[in-house]
Structures are given as C-alpha cells and as structure tokens.
Design a binder for this molecule. Structure first.
Ligand code: MF3
Ligand code: CO
Ligand code: CO
Length: 261
C-alpha cells in the first residue's frame, strides 16, 4: 500500500530532509585527503543530535553507524571506519538519514576528494543529471516506470550502467515504504504517482558493468568489476505539475563553490 501524506506530514518531512541536507553540507567542509570516514560519521552524529534529531540509520536492521560512506567502487552501504582514510582522487558517496517527529529524512551525495580524474567527474555529473531527470518525471499522474526510464536512458546514453538490485523507495514513518522506485524501467508502467506520496529517487550508476557483490561485512555493496560507482538521492513529494523536492543539494553546492574560489 502506498501511503498518502497530509500537507502537515509533508512539512514534517521537509524538516527532516532539510536537516539531512544541512548535515551533508557540514560534512562537505570536512572532506579532504587524510580524513577517515569514521571521523565524518562522528561529525554527522553530533550535528544531527545537536539539532534535536536522531540518526536514522543507526540501529536500522542492525546497521552500526550514522552514515553510509561508499568509496570508489563501493556502490552503497559502506560502513564508516577509522581504517578508511580518504585519498586524493577518491569518489566518496555519503548517504545520511535522520528522524524528526517520527518521520525520516534520507538523502545522499557523491563528493570529490581533492582532484578527481576527468572520468570520475563525468560519472558524477551524469549521475546527478540522471537524478534530475528522474525527479522531473515524479509528478502526479505519471508512473514509477517513467522515473526509472528517464534515469536509465540518460545513464546508458552516456555509456554507464544502472544497478538493478538496489532501488529507491517510498519514505515516511519508515525509511523504506512502498513503492519500490527502480532506476530502470519502461515508460507508462508501474504504480501511478499521486499527490501526497513521498518517494526517494536514488540512482546508483556504475562506470563499468552493472553487476554488484556484497562484502563479507554484510553491508558494503561494490561494483563487481571494481570500477567507480556514483550515488545521489533526493526525497520528493509528488505534486501536480512539478515535484516538491524535500531535500536539497544547495547547501552542499554553496560549500563546494566557496572551496573552489
Ligand atoms: N539510506 C539508504 C537508502 O537510501 C538505506 C540505508 S540502510 C542502512 O535507502 F541500514 F544502511 F541504514
Ligand atoms: Co539513502
Ligand atoms: Co533511500
């Protein structure tokens, strides 16, 4: 069953997704070669609690941390660790969740550590474009397959592949609600999107093949060919005409622009 949120519930979800967006921007000021992913996790947990919220991932199905930090060929669900030290040229995807007033925020961004190669930069740009094209389809009356089709078409046109096993999802009082929102699909297929639904669109795009494997830690998902993978995620409320995007990358973009002056 796909839940329809009231206008008040959507405002609560805007709050939780805004806090995740700000947490990611706070992390952006700390990302540099030499920093451990564990230290980013501590910063995020402190920031979230200081803002009166609870980490959304911590304890979720036994997950041990506040963030998922996935480096290079890691697709998603990398576990922050003191042993993972960021290196110049790394691609770092950070996924973060919070709970405020019982509602989840869930948003992810892929960062460049120092200077990355032109190839990685193009993967990041294209994956973010895939997300934007998916969000453009997330309006009342369209179907879940329209979102997936838009994401997949743009990824494959650019020579990349779409991870199939992991998908976007409904968001609300639970982190994962119906419907599943695959990053591939056929136009005009799948559940119909209706005003008041809230979904996370989160393309996971591989530079090489789409196959993935899971590490022995039981969480980390990586590209089977060990080529880089990017991940961006936004929570959107379905509305007529245009999606109401509840998370935002604007705070992150502000931080990154200042760093590049
Ligand atoms: N936030 C992820 C998603 O986008 C799920 C993380 S599961 C966790 O759906 F256990 F790692 F938190
Ligand atoms: Co997420
Ligand atoms: Co998600």
């Amino acid at each position: 069953m796909i839940l329809i949120k009231t206008a008040d519930e959507i405002e609560l979800m805007r709050k939780s997704n805004l806090l995740v967006s700000k947490t990611l921007a706070e992390l952006a000021t700390h990302i540099r070669p030499g920093v451990s992913t564990e230290s980013l996790d501590r910063i995020a947990e402190t920031f979230i609690r200081d803002h009166g919220a609870m980490p959304g991932f911590l304890g979720y199905q036994g997950y041990p941390k506040t963030l998922c930090t996935s480096v290079n060929a890691e697709v998603v669900h990398g576990i922050p660790s003191e042993k993972v030290i960021l290196q110049e040229g790394d691609l770092l995807s950070i996924d973060c969740g919070v709970i405020i007033d019982g509602f989840y925020g869930d948003t992810a961004f892929s960062f460049e550590v120092g200077e990355v190669s032109e190839k990685v930069r193009r993967l990041l740009t294209t994956t973010r474009e895939c997300l934007r094209k998916g969000v453009e389809q997330a309006v009342d009356g369209k179907r879940v397959g329209d979102v997936g089709f838009a994401v997949q078409e743009h990824a494959e046109k650019n020579g990349y592949s779409v991870v199939r096993e992991m998908v976007g999802h409904g968001l609300g009082r639970h982190m994962h609600e119906a419907p599943e929102v695959p990053n591939y699909g056929r136009r005009g297929t799948g559940p119909r999107l209706k005003k008041g639904m809230v979904i996370c669109i989160e393309p996971m795009i591989n530079m090489g093949g789409r196959q993935i494997k899971q590490d022995a830690d039981g969480w980390t998902i990586r590209a089977a060919d060990n080529l880089p993978s990017a991940h961006f995620e936004l929570a959107v409320a379905i509305d007529s005409g245009k999606a109401d995007v509840l998370s935002t990358f604007s705070f992150i973009d502000e931080v990154l622009q200042k760093q590049n002056i």
